[in-house]
Design a binder for this molecule. Structure first.
Ligand code: ARG
Length: 566
């Protein structure tokens, strides 16, 4: 049952506003002692020429004359009409809904018939997946799962950085100083060393740069030797990325790197030109964006070479043709905000109506306290090092807390990676995330392990009771403050998931998960679940089952696992 809507409908019969106008004005009081939902009367004051408290008192009286069965009490407090639910009806309603829908609880289907393209992770070939891409992978994975859950038709694309001048340099360096065996062994790390060496040597010998440029031209012209090396670099890199993706449970519908758009660039440039948007500037071709307070968007370099933006424009057009998207999301660090604003604007000025469906989802950096990270090597922090360290640290905690746990390694992996994910998703996307192992691995803090631990606790209670999921309960036995708190959070969960989708903010789910875990733990401490009384025990178990389900749904939407024991 939608309480917010039901309240709006009642209020509509007593005011001259429509229920859907009233709906967004209904509030959730921060302190449930004041009311479970509240209606502020300020808006009516002008029209009715009365003070809000007087209006609140009148409305309260009218509603109290024939209250619906689910309404426990209605009370005027100052300018607010405060509503208290009938706890028994509420408990019955929420539990029935969750337990009957199961893992589909909250899967509203608002996305049905809508196509979403998601571009995330997108590392650059021959370079390690660094912490920046880890952020994109984590946020992208969560949004990917959230959108699929809500019924959107999602296509996930890994837009690999697999084209550009760096490949000419890499080929030169490999042919001069590399060996197949060595690179096969060292992978990306070996490629990075070659690349670094190239720059060192080219400082002394500038003809190397000419050679590299020569290879870029050859690649463009389809030179077999060059392309074979290039493909090999890609394969080596992908093998390493995939190791990470597998650990994190990430999989892409498509790997479509920048090179995929090579044969679509001329056509894209032509389209821009035909629209009369292309201008020459110092030999280069640009789109002037002065009117939008942005520097020009570079389309062609003076040597005719294309740029990052050119490729993104061609890619967007191609994605629209192939996937007919309603929404195309790009998850990258906030240092790319200008890039996305620029090429979005170019597409908008090309009069593509679908350009309004393009959205950049930027996020803040992962900040490290100096010296706190033992994996720090050079200045690139590799995602893989971070993930491995998270797993190792978690393993040590498990060894200490629960040495007899089965499958310790698997759980350490789920919890260690979960801690990293949760840490990134617990704050507003745009904020920097401060990295602190002790905080993020604290089983009692506002952390991934805490939520997973609470979930495992629910599982263990159900297991101990041999709970058979027949879900018979008496809602009148679930009206204590602590039970009511749990139920309210579960009741709100679906709307938080939708908010998270609309705002591209998984943290709204992460917060709700912590609130639920806390409320559940409070319930658990105040009320013995496995009591003698059969009816009471079954009822309490049904509540625990609902908590377990909700925590599992939420964790999975963040891209985490929900182990049954830890
Ligand atoms: N490869 C880019 C980078 O590492 C990210 C690509 C994001 N996606 C896009 N379509 N531009 O910064």
């Amino acid at each position: 049952m939608n309480y917010r809507q039901a309240l709006s409908e009642i209020l509509a019969t007593h005011t001259n506003l429509q229920w859907d106008e009233l709906l967004p004005t209904i509030e959730n009081p921060a302190d449930p002692k004041l009311g479970h939902m509240a209606f502020p009367c300020f808006r009516l004051a002008k029209e009715l020429k009365k003070a809000p408290p007087a209006i609140a008192a009148e409305l309260t009286e009218k509603i109290a004359q024939s209250p619906p069965q689910w309404l426990g009490e209605v009370k005027a407090t100052g300018p607010y009409v405060n509503f208290f639910f009938n706890r028994t009806a509420f408990a019955g309603d929420v539990l029935n809904e969750v337990l009957s829908k199961g893992e589909k609880y909250g899967a509203s289907g608002i996305g049905s018939g809508k196509n979403v393209v998601m571009d995330y992770s997108s590392p650059n070939i021959a370079k390690p997946l660094h912490v920046g891409h880890l952020g994109s992978t984590i946020i992208g994975l969560s949004l990917d799962r959230i959108y699929r859950f809500l019924g959107y038709n999602v296509t996930s694309i890994n837009h690999l950085g697999d084209w550009g001048t760096q490949f000419g340099k890499l080929i030169v360096a490999y042919l001069k100083w590399g060996s197949k065996e060595e690179i096969e062994q060292t992978g990306i790390e070996g490629l990075v060393s070659l690349y670094v060496r190239f720059h060192d040597e080219a400082d002394k010998d500038p003809t190397l740069d000419d050679e590299a440029r020569g290879w870029v031209v050859k690649l463009q012209d389809g030179d077999e030797e060059g392309l074979a090396l290039w493909r090999w670099f890609i394969d080596l890199s992908l093998a390493e990325y995939e190791r990470m993706y597998k650990l994190m449970g990430v999989s892409f519908d498509l790997y479509r790197g920048e090179s995929y758009y090579n044969d679509k660039l001329d056509a894209a440039v032509e389209l821009i030109r035909k629209k009369g948007l292309l201008e020459e500037s110092d030999g280069a071709q640009i789109v002037n964006l002065e009117a939008y307070n942005m520097p020009p968007c570079l389309i062609l370099r003076s040597d005719g070479g294309t740029l990052y933006a050119t490729r993104d424009i061609a890619a967007a057009i191609d994605r629209q043709e192939k996937f007919n998207f309603d929404l195309c999301l790009y998850v990258t660090g906030l240092d790319q905000i200008l890039h996305f604003s620029q090429f979005f604007k170019v597409l908008e000025r090309m009069d593509y109506p679908w350009a309004k469906g393009l959205a950049h989802v930027p996020y803040g950096m992962l900040r490290f306290e100096q010296g706190k990270l033992s994996t720090r090597r050079g200045n690139v922090i590799k995602a893989e090092d971070l993930v491995n360290e998270a797993i190792a640290k978690t393993k040590a905690i498990i060894e200490e807390k629960n040495p007899n746990l089965e499958d310790k390694d698997a759980v350490a992996q789920q919890v260690g990676i979960g801690a990293l994910i949760f840490n990134k998703l617990y704050t507003n996307r745009i904020k920097d995330t401060v990295f602190n192992w002790d905080l993020m691995l604290n089983f009692d803090g506002e952390t991934g392990p805490y939520v997973q631990y609470s979930h495992a606790r629910a599982c263990s209670v159900l297991k101990k009771a041999r709970y058979d999921n027949n879900h018979t309960f008496d809602p009148a036995l679930l009206t204590e403050d602590e039970a009511f708190d749990v139920l309210r959070i579960i009741y709100d969960f679906p709307s938080k998931i939708e908010d998270a989708a609309v705002k591209y903010e998984p943290f709204m789910i992460a917060r709700q998960l912590v609130a639920l875990a806390q409320a559940f733990n409070a319930y658990y401490h105040h009320h013995i679940i496995l009591v003698e009384d059969e009816k009471l025990r079954q009822s309490r178990l049904a509540l625990v089952a609902a908590v377990q389900l909700q925590l599992e749904i939420g964790l999975k939407l963040l891209g985490m696992s929900a182990p049954a024991a830890m």
